[in-house]
Design a protein around this ligand. Sequence first.
Ligand SMILES: *[C@@H]1O[C@H](CO)[C@@H](O)[C@H](O)[C@H]1NC(C)=O
Length: 326
Amino acid sequence: MTSKEGDLSPHYPNMAAQTDAKKTMPKYIKFLFGGLAGMGATLFVQPLDLVKNRMQLSGEGGGKRQYKTSFHAVSSILRSEGIIGMYTGLSAGLLRQASYTTTRLGIYTILFEKFSKNGQPPNFFMKAGIGMTAGAIGAFVGTPAEISLIRMTADGRLPVAERRNYSSVFNALARITREEGLFTLWRGCGPTVSRAVVVNAAQLASYSQAKQFLLGTGWFRDNILCHFFASMISGLVTTAASMPVDIAKTRIQNMKVVDGKAEYRGALDVLYKVIRQEGLFSLWKGFTPYYFRLGPHTVITFIFLEQMNRLYRKVIMGEEGTGSSL
Ligand SMILES: *[C@@H]1O[C@H](CO)[C@@H](O)[C@H](O)[C@H]1NC(C)=O
């Protein structure tokens, strides 16, 4: 029994309400809400993304680590680049959400409903598959914004003369295309897509699963508190699983190709070199900012999304039910 059917019929036994209940949200609205929710969340967590990227690049090649801990990174970035410096690459972060999250959540929502039978959500493995498919397609669409984001957030750690100086994400996209060719926009596409598959399998499936579990305990209702805890659990699983793929992505997208010679041949080469030169646990460099980015990003995204969906159902569709589609 979904909350939609369960809540509506006793209160609105008339035909008009019955028709309303069958109306669904237009698909483009789902895409739009997904992207907006992600962009809203990015405004809060952009600095953490910057710190994570700096940590992942720190000590590259087995040299001296630029930052010892994430706290050291934050204080040294604040000192040398200021508060504004923490928001470097914001335009790329926003475009990344607009492209990646819009596509991913839109496709996820559509597939989720397609594979729901008689109000029963798809099973765990189905949800994981849906999450992975949506994530992979979203990541491919989002790769150009992603490489811009990595390079912009990485820039400030270099001596002035070695910087790339992209002024905004649009400048980054234009210059990468002009200086390195159109296909460079999709450099690191492999690990970007792999990372998204891991993240989305873990995140979207564990979110729905955690929410169903929390509701099943009888201690929670389908409200913000439940969404909050479900997201926190989901974030922890996702961070641990996806960091090694993420560091490969970050380093490949940031690398410079000098005289046709690339620093890394591919994702496996990054993993091999990191483990050999910096130690196994370096694969999880930047765990703290990553979790504190991912957790709240997930929380804020889903909260925005659930609220926008609810408001839309209430205002546009005149529904009282609060059932969500995720
Ligand atoms: C970035 O700006 C600095 C200082 O103006 C300059 O030295 C450097 O060459 C610039 N980088 C590029 C790629 O133009």
